[in-house]
Design a binder for this molecule. Structure first.
Ligand code: MN
Length: 298
C-alpha cells in the first residue's frame, strides 16, 4: 500500500509587522530532511509604515533561504552585506557560529509582498564555520508534466541549483497548471509540499495554504493535482541524522548550547556582530529553562 500523505495545519505568527503562516517546525513534524523552518509570508500590502521590517536579530548553526513571489526586501547583515532581493532571486545566509541580520521592506518597497523563508539546519561538521552570505540572482528552471519549476536547492530531473548547502536536499518552487502531474521522488528522501496560493491534491489528501503535506520516506513518486494554476514549494531530503534543538532564532543541539547563544546575544558578546539598520535590535526572550538574572541586593 502506498504510504499516506499527512496534512498538518501551520499556525499564524507575526514577524516584523506582518502576518506569516508558520508550517514548520511543528510538534508532529520537526524537520523535513535538513529543512527545519518554513514561514509563508503574506500576501500582504507593504506601506510606508507596514512591512516585513525585522530588526537586527541573530542566528546560529543554520542557513536562511529567502525567496519571494512578490515584492522586495532589503537584507543587511553583520558581514556588511546590503542586498535587495526580488522575485526569482535567492538570499542565502549561512549563520555557522553566529551572524546577525535585518530584513527591511517598508520604505524600500510599496505593494504586495509574498514569499517564503526557510531554514536549513547545518551538519555537525559545518555548524560552527564562519558565517557567509550569498545573493543568487538566477536559478535554473525545469519543465515537466504540467509544471514549470525553479530548482532552489539540490538537483531535480538533472537540473542543479547553484546554491551551496551543507547537506543533500531538495527545494523546488513549482507552478502547476490545472490537471495532474506526477512528481518523481527519491525513496531515501522525506518530502513536504507547501501550497502558496490555492488548494492542491497531494496523493489522496488535499492541502491548502497555511498547511504542510508531509510525505515519509519510501516513495518514488507522488501525484499532485491543481484545479487552477497553483504555486507550491516542494521540500525534501534524507532525514536529518542529528538532534536539532531549536529555540527562538537559534539552532543548536541542546539547551546548554542555546543558553550560551542567548547570553551572548543579551550581553552583546563577540559571537554576534553589528548590523547597520534603522530598525531596533530584537532582544531574545529569556529561555524558559534559563535562571532569572537577579541584581545583587547591594
Ligand atoms: Mn532571520
Amino acid at each position: 500500500m502506498e504510504p499516506s500523505v499527512e496534512v498538518l495545519d501551520g499556525h499564524e505568527a507575526i514577524v516584523g509587522r506582518i502576518r506569516v503562516r508558520r508550517v514548520l517546525p511543528q510538534r508532529k513534524l520537526r524537520t523535513v530532511g535538513a529543512w527545519c523552518f518554513a514561514d509563508h509570508m503574506g500576501p500582504v500590502e507593504v506601506t510606508e509604515t507596514s512591512g516585513l521590517d525585522v530588526g537586527p536579530h541573530p542566528h546560529t548553526c543554520l542557513q536562511t533561504v529567502t525567496w519571494l513571489t512578490d515584492g522586495a526586501v532589503l537584507h543587511r547583515d553583520s558581514l556588511g552585506s546590503e542586498q535587495l532581493i526580488r522575485p526569482g532571486q535567492m538570499n542565502l545566509m549561512t549563520a555557522g557560529r553566529g551572524v546577525v541580520h535585518a530584513e527591511e521592506a517598508a520604505r524600500t518597497y510599496h505593494g504586495t509582498l509574498q514569499g517564503i523563508q526557510l531554514w536549513v539546519a547545518q551538519p555537525e561538521a559545518e555548524r560552527f564555520d564562519q558565517p557567509d552570505f550569498k545573493h543568487i540572482s538566477q536559478l535554473p528552471q525545469v519543465e515537466f508534466g504540467r509544471v514549470v519549476a525553479t530548482v532552489l536547492a539540490g538537483n531535480f530531473l538533472d537540473v542543479q541549483s547553484p546554491a551551496p548547502f551543507g547537506r543533500d536536499l531538495l527545494g523546488l518552487d513549482a507552478i502547476i497548471k490545472p490537471g495532474t502531474t506526477i512528481f518523481p521522488l527519491r525513496a531515501d528522501y522525506e518530502y513536504a509540499v507547501v501550497a502558496l496560493d490555492g488548494a492542491l491534491d497531494v496523493g489522496e489528501s488535499t492541502s491548502k495554504p497555511g498547511q504542510i503535506a508531509s510525505l515519509r520516506i519510501g516513495r518514488d513518486e507522488v501525484a499532485i493535482s491543481a484545479a487552477t494554476s497553483t504555486r507550491m514549494i516542494l521540500l525534501g531530503g534524507v532525514p536529518f541524522p542529528e538532534p536539532v534543538f531549536m529555540w527562538w532564532n537559534f539552532v543548536g543541539r541542546n539547551a546548554d548550547e542555546i543558553g550560551t547563544f542567548y547570553r551572548e546575544w543579551r550581553d552583546r558578546g563577540e559571537r554576534f556582530g553589528e548590523v547597520d539598520s534603522t530598525l531596533d535590535r530584537i532582544p531574545a526572550p529569556p529561555p524558559p529553562w534559563e535562571p532569572i538574572r537577579s541584581t545583587p541586593a547591594r
